[in-house]
Design a protein around this ligand. Structure first.
Ligand SMILES: [Fe+2]
Length: 194
């Protein structure tokens, strides 16, 4: 009989301490949240709105790239150029999906727009020249990502954008090599004679 009485006697005291602890936690937690945001800004990390804006710019660019690459797949005649356009198209679609997922994770509406890059690229009739223009667009994405990455605090998003940077870097190198190979093939003496 003694133990239950002791427990009953202690219960209100424990309850009281718990409530005060909870209140203290709530009081402390809000300033900490503000402090986190202040630290983010101080350290150069983007806030949520800045991040949404940057991700949407990339999404519009990648969507434009995917659509231009689809035209290159259909119109390019050299097999190596057609294959590379296919790789770029698949990659652009992949990054569109990643960026849409990242924006949704931020409770933001992914942009539905297609970047102005599409019209600029499609105004170039010559396929190799258009391909070279796409490569300059890919290089722009690389520069954009390099500037953006140090400002991303979230590890998962940082990793995804880093993979996007590596893939673009690889594709730009491949495209430069392929385009240069086509020029060399055209300039070979036997090619000119035939
Ligand atoms: Fe891209």
């Amino acid at each position: 009989m003694g133990q239950p009485t002791e427990a009953t006697a202690q219960e209100p005291a424990r309850q009281g301490v718990d409530d005060r602890d909870k209140a203290a936690i709530i009081e402390v937690s809000s300033p900490v949240c503000y402090a986190d945001k202040a630290v983010d800004a101080y350290m150069g990390f983007l806030d949520r709105d800045g991040l949404v804006a940057e991700l949407n710019i990339l999404l519009e660019a990648e969507r434009a790239g995917a659509q231009v690459a689809a035209h290159l797949v259909a119109e390019a005649e050299p097999p190596e150029l057609k294959d590379l356009a296919g790789v770029i198209q698949r990659d652009e679609i992949r990054w569109c999906k990643m960026l849409i997922g990242a924006l949704k994770a931020l409770n933001a509406d992914p942009s539905q727009a297609v970047g102005g890059f599409y019209d600029q690229a499609m105004s170039i009739v010559d396929i190799e020249a258009r391909f070279a223009f796409v490569n300059r667009g890919q290089a722009w994405v690389i520069r954009k990502l390099k500037a953006l990455l140090p400002r991303i605090r979230d590890d998962q998003l940082h990793g995804a954008l880093l993979a996007m940077l590596a893939a673009h870097d690889h594709n730009v190198t491949q495209a430069e090599s392929t385009l240069a190979g086509l020029v060399r093939a055209r300039n070979r003496p036997d090619a000119q004679a035939s």
